[in-house]
Write a protein that binds this ligand. Structure first.
Ligand code: TTP
Ligand code: MG
Length: 609
């Protein structure tokens, strides 16, 4: 995996409002919550500004005028508003939390749903890490934007507007001074925030490289020592590490400079106010309370300004995240049901491959004009050298991919006229490297048919030959298999997948036999399970073991995307062609193989010590 895998790209799109529109679309279903939340925020900001105004009144009309009645009246007003504000604060914090969860939930569902629809070709093109980063980091960031981003920006804007409004109401000349400084403050704060974020992004970028470097140097330590690469690697690491230190220093320097700069600029505004007041204080226009209120307003808008600057600076990242999420959601599945696709009720019947040609990404044909009829109930074995196209044939039959030329008929239907669900739910596949989901063995077998009873699960396991090893486990069917089934051997995983296939009772059975050797007992168990499931079903087995091959009614040698030879074991041996070579080579190979393994092990000894 490239080291800068999780690295974020800048927002590339133009701000044509499209992304905003779609982010708005995420909030539309929850407009009641958004409205409630906006009302609460506006209420809190207005009350905030009003408190300062009340303080001015306390000074001017209460204390300085010596009017206790007025003082009492203002205090009661003050108290009531504090209670109202407390309720509003509670409301917006709660509402923003709920809104965030709702948006996160929607995005998760939307992505998961779409990911399940995407075709295999998408997954072979796109690294898992990239997709994971979309569903985790990017949804988080977009959810933050529509909640805290929205909160901070409305809060900031309303606060500034109300504060300015009150300032104009008190004294418009002074308010003009503040208004003149406001854009400068916003601009400076924004520039700082952007630069600080830039540095942090660089730090993260180098950090992911450092993590990758640690990873490679730890997991590859034997090779590194053997090749004497320690010094070179240390030097490479030093460069990364000092880069990170440099970016960190710069971030610290900018962060430290940020607050003082903002304060100095606002000090100019304060200076202007004081200079102006010096000339006018005591006149009816400017009371002591007014000056005090102005200073408070001035300082109270500093925080909203910083919040706004931060939201704007972070917005680029969030928009980039939103773009990536939307582009993922917009990726159309390459294989989907045609309009009016039907479910024929059964897909039993002969299977015809007619002039089938196929290629993956580049136009190098992998399957070339293949013609084949598989009779209902027949067992076909596919053999052939590696890369010949056996797995590809299976991929096509399962409709993980569709033919580029020619067609596949199931029964009398071109299978692209059938619904995907009707085909894939009736085909049972056991893959070469079977996949188990974390959970118990029982869960994994039940995956074949979710409503199966424990008795049916056990029956399937018995039929598949998996029951014996399962009952030898400490917890039996309730044993956890670990993530991806790491706690089981390949042979055991195949037995469980076989049981899963037996339980799902498919109409067509497909198996990509494991090439890795399993012990003879497991092999016998797998064989027994395969016999059970193949009985009376159309079966296609990619076979490596002679025992399986011999059972097939027809053997197909697949070479270079075409059928090179076809017939029974005896017929093909007599032919003394490709199958004969393959078959006789395999036995010779087994002996040489053992010798090579021994040689490799001997050579590896000194390194392991
Ligand atoms: P396969 O169909 O995988 O060949 P195979 O199953 O006969 O080989 P093996 O016995 O080793 O399992 O591959 C045929 C060609 O198609 C090969 O050149 C690799 C390529 N290919 C892809 O490009 N993408 C894929 O997803 C697969 C399965 C194969
Ligand atoms: Mg294969």
């Amino acid at each position: 995996m490239p080291s800068d895998f999780y690295e974020e790209e800048e927002f590339q799109g133009q701000l044509n409002g499209n992304v905003f529109k779609r982010i708005g679309g995420l909030m539309r279903p929850h407009w009641r919550w958004v409205t409630g939340f906006l009302i609460a925020v506006i209420l809190v900001s207005i009350l905030d500004a009003y408190f300062t105004y009340l303080s001015k009144q306390i000074i001017d009309e209460g204390i300085l005028a010596g009017d206790t009645a007025a003082l009492q009246r203002i205090l009661i007003q003050y108290g009531t508003m504090i209670i109202i504000q407390a309720v509003a604060v509670f409301a917006f914090v709660y509402l923003v939390g709920v809104l965030g969860e709702k948006v996160r939930y929607d995005m998760r569902q939307m992505l998961f749903n779409h990911l399940q629809k995407l075709s295999l070709s998408y997954y072979s093109r796109t690294p898992v890490g990239w997709i994971m980063s979309r569903v985790t980091n990017d949804t988080e960031r977009v959810a933050d934007l529509v909640t805290w981003g929205l909160l901070d920006s409305t809060w900031g804007v309303i606060n500034i507007i109300t504060a300015m409004g009150f300032m104009f109401a008190i004294n418009w000349q002074l308010a003009l001074i503040v208004l003149a400084v406001l854009p400068i403050l916003l601009y400076v704060a924004y520039e700082f925030r952007k630069r600080i974020l830039d540095q942090f992004r660089k730090v993260r970028k180098v950090n992911s490289k450092i993590t990758a470097s640690y990873n490679e140097n730890i997991s590859g330590v034997r090779v590194i020592k053997a090749l004497g690469r320690e010094d070179e690697n240390l030097n490479e690491f030093k460069v990364l590490s000092s880069d990170m230190r440099r970016f960190g220093y710069r971030a610290a320097w900018l962060s430290a400079l940020f607050l003082p700069s903002v304060q100095i600029i606002s000090a100019f505004a304060l200076g202007g106010i004081i200079w102006y007041s010096g000339a006018h204080v005591g006149t009816a226009l400017l009371t002591v309370g007014s000056i005090q209120a102005f200073v408070s307003y001035m300082t109270s808008i500093l925080w909203p300004i910083q919040d706004l600057a931060r939201v704007f600076a972070e917005m680029q990242r969030s928009l980039a995240s939103a773009e990536r999420i939307f582009s993922l959601v917009d990726t159309p599945p390459e294989i989907k049901d045609k309009p009016g696709a039907i479910d024929p009720g059964t897909i039993q019947g002969d299977i015809h491959f007619e002039h089938l040609s196929f290629w993956y990404e580049d136009e190098m044909p992998v399957i070339k004009d293949l013609n084949l009829t598989i009779r209902r109930g027949e067992t076909i074995a596919l053999v052939g050298s590696t890369g010949g196209g056996k797995t590809t044939i299976v991929n096509l039959l399962c409709r993980f991919y569709e033919p580029k030329r020619g067609r596949i008929l199931i029964g009398n239907h071109d299978y692209t006229d059938l619904s995907l669900q009707s085909i894939q739910s009736r085909i049972g596949v056991v893959l070469q490297t079977p996949h188990l989901f974390s959970g118990t063995i029982r869960d994994n077998i039940a995956y074949g048919r979710l409503n199966a009873t424990p008795e049916e699960i056990e029956r399937a396991a018995r039929l598949a030959g998996a029951h014996r090893f399962i009952s030898n486990l400490e917890k039996g069917y309730d044993e956890e298999v670990g993530e991806g089934g790491v706690l089981l051997s390949v042979g055991q995983k195949q037995l469980i997948s076989l049981a899963r296939a037996v339980l799902s009772d498919p109409e067509i059975f497909i198996m990509d036999e494991a090439t890795s050797s399993v012990d003879t007992l497991t092999e016998a168990a797998i064989q027994k399970g395969m016999d059970a499931i193949m009985r009376g079903r159309t079966s296609i087995i990619i076979a490596h073991r002679l025992s399986t091959i011999k059972r097939a009614s027809r053997i197909l040698v697949i070479e270079d995307g075409q059928i090179a030879e076809m017939g029974t074991h005896a017929e093909l041996l007599k032919l003394k062609g490709k199958y004969y070579n393959l078959y006789t080579r395999q036995f010779r190979f087994e002996r040489e193989d053992a010798y090579d393994v021994f040689k490799d092990a001997a050579a590896a000894q000194p390194l392991e010590g």
